[in-house]
Design a protein around this ligand. Structure first.
Ligand code: BGC
Length: 765
């Protein structure tokens, strides 16, 4: 109410300067500035610093917040927002303390890691990227925003867009993979989905692009490790997705834990001010990652006061958890180590976000108890989650058209993930109700009805090592069978499978084997799963492997021996139903890989858009003396970027370019015919790659520059057209100027990054 009156007063003052009526339209930004100027005039330096503080929610108990530790701090104006608190009751309770009991009644902002859905959980982001469908990604973020906002949350720490080319790194699961173009399109889609067209609506939430920057390039694929790369690589290959999110209007940015150019990102002024704000024009606020300011002490950047001042001066606005700002900035201000103007700038940016979210107008905007009953886990959301999941599965192999299965006879469903409710949602599902997740067994039974017998056996543990089992069940329950040995489990499964017509082996990682702090140096199927597969193959029955994973695994043996492999990542709450939809052919798989699958760990880092080197290996060659190759493995990955099969087959015609020579801003049209030569209707992700043959710096062998997902009926042909402009040829040159250079370009179109149709064009300036 207090703020409603203030807003009204501002409008009146602007309309009637000096008492006379003037018709002056004021922009929303001007209105916001007047409001925040007036508010900041009333704030003490301590209250301003308080706005920069983002603690955890602590021990909030509804009805008792006012006298809790966090309540007392809120009343004292020492809290700007809260992290990881959910439910309308709790949030309303806390907000009430801020609004009614702190001196200025400034509302709090409530942030949470809504990463791939809220209670209705969608596939992990790496899975979502496999859909190559930005509308689908946007829709999943929209559903997440509707549900999170119905539960009191107005800010999500998503999207994560760290380019990752090292599958040992567990957080590869959280991003869109290895490619800057695809990750940029995904970043925009997430931002659009969360923020919608008006942040002040009660069902849109503020997005936060993270982790700025380069977190995915951690050395040796070990979490939190050092990164070090040239600026050319940064700008061309790693930074574009963050910039895309900024261009899409993302309201906040999170710093990363790693260092960039020898300075931790959280204290890196070049990154947060020169690039993010001055070069890209970012206008929102910057929050640190969890305790990232304090961690700069361990990085070796000085004591808490020093690193806090460093972070503020570099461009950080909000300090997550560490309280370095809260406990040292006043002192630094007195000692002249930071300025009031720097604190004001940060405070203003946070107040602006609150203003844009409409929190000053109505601090309880996201606390509608009715919405919390009607808008979460709705039937509609469940339907969308199921359809979305099915679009993210990637078919690796399908010998003799083993898939789809007919719903008949006896189907053995074996494996440690076949009946594992907890693992369906995938890493980091903060609001999932695991009880509502559909297991593969349930999905199969529902799909088969009384037409086929589904015979289940666990067959093996996900991992057999007890310590590892504990480490990968921090948020769940350990799964190692303590009664039966691995041998017994395997024998049981073989007995079941021998009596069936076909075997579906549901294998892979536990949900918590990827995500934060879940790195692996051996990325093969864990535990004794391979032995189970061997035993199942010995039955002589056809084996389909359904693979759960949060990262590329090394599947060289599986590719050789298992007739059919369907990679399902972690599909979210509806995983079981969606897997049944695809396995039984209701949905024809169309997912494509957003990341390369290596043959072995030694090939890492391996990615499709590498440079050519001066001594590349010839096509199809394994090894050549004095050529860039390995003695013990070919250079080619197991599954290339963009790869994924369908139940049908797509044939590509010749690539036709409407010009062979162009000049300046002309547009090139590339056209190709695609024929569905199989017997199923299906969708194909048609991918456009470009190679700049000669440059002032070396250029990648190809780069994704466009994609289209097209539906083609069995036996029919579709013509796909890409329009290419000089913008698609641009890159950051040696002086970090973003421009294109004239010359020869190879234009390539295909169904994955390896198998392409190609044509050449000359483009003059
Ligand atoms: C993660 C972030 C996350 C934050 C808050 C950190 O450990 O790196 O991605 O947003 O915690 O939960």
């Amino acid at each position: 109410m207090r703020y409603k009156l203030l807003l009204l007063a501002i409008v009146v003052v602007l309309i009637l300067p000096g008492g006379c009526l003037q018709k002056k339209e004021i922009t929303a930004d001007e209105e916001m500035n007047v409001f925040i100027n007036a508010l900041m005039k009333k704030m003490t330096p301590e209250e301003k610093i308080g706005q920069l503080n983002l603690p955890g929610s602590g021990d909030v108990i509804t009805g008792q917040t006012t006298n809790s530790d966090i309540g007392l701090r809120i009343k004292a104006g020492k809290v700007g927002g809260l992290l990881n608190i959910k439910s309308v009751d709790k949030i309303r309770d806390v907000q009430k303390v801020a609004v009614e009991e702190s001196r200025l009644g400034i509302p709090l902002i409530f942030g949470m890691d809504v990463i791939h859905g809220y209670q209705t959980t969608f596939p992990i982001p790496l899975g979502l990227a496999s859909s190559f469908d930005t509308d689908l990604i946007e829709q999943s973020a929209r559903v997440a925003a509707v549900e999170a906002s119905a539960d009191g949350i107005c800010w999500t720490f998503s999207p994560m867009v760290d380019i990752a080319r090292d599958p040992r790194w567990g957080r590869i699961a959280e991003g869109a993979g290895e490619d800057a173009y695809l990750s940029s399109r995904a970043a925009e889609a997430f931002v659009r989905g969360y923020q919608g067209d008006n942040l002040a609506k009660n069902n849109t939430i503020l997005a936060c692009v993270k982790h700025y920057a380069l977190y995915g390039a951690a050395e040796a694929g070990r979490d939190y490790n050092t990164t070090d790369m040239s600026r050319i690589r940064m700008f061309n290959e790693y930074l574009p997705p963050y910039q895309a999110a900024v261009n899409a209007g993302v309201g906040s940015v999170m710093t990363s834990f790693n260092e960039v150019d020898g300075i931790p990102a959280t204290g890196n002024r070049w990154l947060m001010t020169d690039v993010l704000r001055d070069q890209w024009g970012f206008r929102g606020f910057v929050v640190t990652d969890y305790t990232a300011i304090i961690e700069m002490i361990t990085h070796g950047m000085g004591d808490l006061q020093t690193v806090s001042a460093l972070a503020l001066k570099a461009g950080v606005d909000m300090d997550m958890i560490g309280e370095g700002f809260l406990t040292t900035l006043e002192r630094s201000l007195k000692e002249g180590k930071v300025t009031q103007a720097e604190i004001d700038k940060a405070c203003r940016r946070i107040l602006e976000a609150k203003y844009k979210l409409g929190l000053f107008e109505d601090p309880y905007r996201y606390c509608d108890p009715e919405r919390s009953r009607t808008d979460i886990a709705t039937e509609e959301h469940t339907r969308i989650a199921r359809e979305t999941a099915a679009q993210t599965f990637v078919l690796f192999k399908n010998e003799d058209q083993l898939l789809p299965l007919e719903k008949k006879g006896k189907i053995a469903l074996v494996g440690p993930l076949a009946d594992s409710r907890f693992n369906m949602a995938g890493m980091w599902s903060v609001a999932v109700d695991h009880d509502k997740s559909v297991t593969v067994l349930e999905g199969f039974k529902a799909a088969a009805g009384d037409r086929a017998d589904i015979c289940y056996a666990k067959g093996c543990n996900i991992v057999d090592d007890r310590d590892l089992d504990l480490w990968v069940s921090t948020w769940g329950i350990p799964t190692v069978d303590t009664v039966k040995t691995a041998d017994q489990l395997r024998k049981e499964a073989v007995a079941v499978a021998s009596k069936c017509d076909v075997i579906v082996a549901v294998m892979g990682e536990a949900a918590e084997m990827s995500g934060e702090s879940s790195c692996r140096s051996d990325i093969s199927l864990p535990g004794s799963q391979r032995q189970l597969l061997e035993a199942l193959l010995k039955t002589g029955k056809p084996v389909v492997m359904v693979l759960f994973t949060g990262r590329p695994l090394t599947l060289t043996w599986e590719q050789k021996h298992i007739p059919a492999i369907l990679n399902v990542w972690f599909g979210g709450t509806e995983a079981g139903n969606a897997i049944a939809d695809v396995v039984f052919g209701t949905v024809n798989p169309s997912g494509k890989l957003p990341v390369t699958f290596p043959r072995n760990v030694g090939q890492i880092p391996i990615f499709y858009n590498h440079k050519n080197t001066g001594r590349p290996l010839g096509e199809g060659e394994w090894y050549q003396k004095y050529r860039s190759s390995y003695l013990d493995v070919i250079n080619e990955p197991l599954y290339p970027f963009g790869f994924g099969l369908s139940y049908t087959r797509f044939g590509y015609g010749d690539l036709v370019l409407d010009h062979t020579q162009l000049k300046g801003n002309q547009i090139l049209t590339a056209t190709i015919e695609i024929i569905n030569t199989g017997t199923y209707d299906g969708e194909e992700v048609v991918q456009l790659y470009i190679r700049d043959m000669v440059g002032s710096i070396t250029r990648p062998v190809k780069e994704l520059k466009g994609f289209q997902k097209v539906f083609i009926k069995a036996g029919k042909t579709k013509t796909v057209t890409f329009k290419i402009t000089p913008d698609d040829l641009k890159f950051y040159n040696y002086d970090l100027v973003y421009d294109w250079e004239p010359g020869e370009f190879a234009i390539m179109v295909g169904g994955n990054s390896r198998d392409v149709e190609s044509a050449t064009v000359f483009w003059d300036k």
